[in-house]
Design a protein around this ligand. Sequence first.
Ligand code: NAP
Length: 636
Amino acid sequence: MPSLPLRAEDEPEVRAALREADAPVLLMVLVQLTGETRWLDEFAEAVRPGAAPDAAAIARLHDLLVNVLRLPAAKPRALTPAMFNRMMTVCVGQEVPPEYVPMIMEDLGFEVAPSLAVVEHLAERLGDFRILIIGVGAAGLCAAMQLSKAGIPFDVVEKNPDVGGTWFENRYPGAGVDAPNHLYSFSFEQNHSWTRFFVRQPELLAYFRDCARRYGLYERIEFNTEVVSASYAPADAMWTVWTRGKDGQLRERRVNAVISAVGQLNRPAIPAIPGLDQFQGTAVHTATWHDGVEVEGKRVAMIGTGASGMQVAPTIAPQVARLTIFQRSPNWIRMRPRYHEQVSAGKQWVLSTLPFYATWYRFQLFWANSDALHHALQKEPGWTDTRTISPANAVLREQWEVHMRESAGDDAELLAKTMPDYPPFGKRPLLDNNWFDMLRRPNVALVTDGVERIEGDAVVTRSGERHPADVIVFATGFQASRMLYPMEIRGRHGRTLRDLWGDENPRAHLGITVPGFPNFFLLYGPNTNLGHGGSVIFHLEIQVRYVLGCLELLASSGSRAMECREDVYDAYNERVDAAHNAMVWTHAGVNNWYKNRVGRVTTNSPWRIVDYWTMARAPQEGDFLFDKRPVAALPD
Ligand code: NAP
């Protein structure tokens, strides 16, 4: 593909690529390359997202760009926050409040986050401070990459034989993302050659492997090694961590700080259905799918219809003799533009070669996928319709119902089975992976009568109907609330995290720190999952920067250890719980994996992304207790 500056002979190819590109994003490119905001006045209306495109104006925009691209690259003019805000607004065709400007400027690389700005000198000030990262999925990778950029020593242990975490483990047929990858990727390691807008698991895993390779992480990670326990000794402010390697041997390590990056979705949940142990066929959970699982020509029973079920069932349906899907509760199923689309060569060219295109395209995705809908997840006091929670939520219901009705066609029974009676976003909405087409196949049945027991060769429902099966696929999700299970993490007073949290009631300040557990940091910890939109990777980057900020506080205060104050932790969690009480996830009659058995939301953040970003932008010194005593003076 052509490079820049543009040569005359490449012009037709470049013009073809521009025609495939998004016009508002091209306008941002023109403004950035010329430093002239007058183009916003001229083209804002013509390229407004959602409006009918003005072909003549867009052709002129292309001409202007082609002229600029012929010239050697000029040094781009610095953007003031006001200019940037205006560009954001034109780029998405909606007023973007100024509160988003600093966050987006950092994510897009126009500004450096405060905690990243100071890391250059951090390594030397921390001395031989040693950090252990547990797990190297997206969270652990993010931490390892940022620490290695800062030159801070660390070790990593990972229970799997490779990086990727949940994206290494979940290799069921059809596994893939449902957040667009140009957003669901590290801001500081963007990939311009995604082959699809929503890639499949192998391509995402390849991206994570590539990141690990580029940072030399393969040499530093101890694979096939699981943390069994960790305990903190106040005497020397050190963590002793016991790991079990591939040979089954326990090994002791001593480190100053631990970053748990095990996340929420790594322990599969398999329901205790009577008779499961008597089943004579193959039973597999989506998260433990392996090459030995054969479904071709088999009678397959799939229990569970969440995000994993939505992907696996339509993928295997054409290969199996019979697919019986057991649905406990229906899901909101939505259409998503580009969900099945490949990224064209022209689009890949503008992303990889046109300066600032990928940057502004990422912002467009961020805006379309994040806080804009947050208000529709909040309960309106006094609202009486139980199938919605507010006027905005009712509008969403109306829109989403259209797709469900159109998809079910004139099959009233199918519509009755699949239409949720709870509000939009009560549980995670699913992207339509040809679900209804699949349900209409002659070899597929949707069973909504509850599963009662399993026999040697069948799944039996409450009505007594037997559904013969050679393979049972458990698409039944994860033990998300049992965070850090089964590790035993023992803090300063000898109490474990499980003593503090109970079996499944985790809490942390900003989802990251816990009182009594000095220098212990959680990534994708309690109340940090995003239920309204956005990218978990974006959220992880915030958390990793916060941890770097904590290391900076340790260094600047000359402390060996820091821990969150109990009152700060309590106050934060009270605010989290109060905010959740006003969110759709706690609406009566809604069940989802965000809540624990007693109905407390443990996994999700109740905040808008910009609110969490603001709260976690930098750790506040006053939120922590510091251990400044010299080691020798400490009592035993
Ligand atoms: P999930 O969304 O929790 O779905 C589990 C399914 O199993 C639900 O349909 C649930 O029914 C059903 N179920 C659970 N226990 C059952 C029982 N005892 N009897 C009958 N049915 C039972 O799990 P998941 O599909 O693995 O997804 C979990 C999360 O992983 C997602 O929300 C998402 O965050 C992530 N994920 C993402 C992607 C992606 O990006 N494409 C793909 C897969 C997973 P109820 O609804 O009635 O509880």
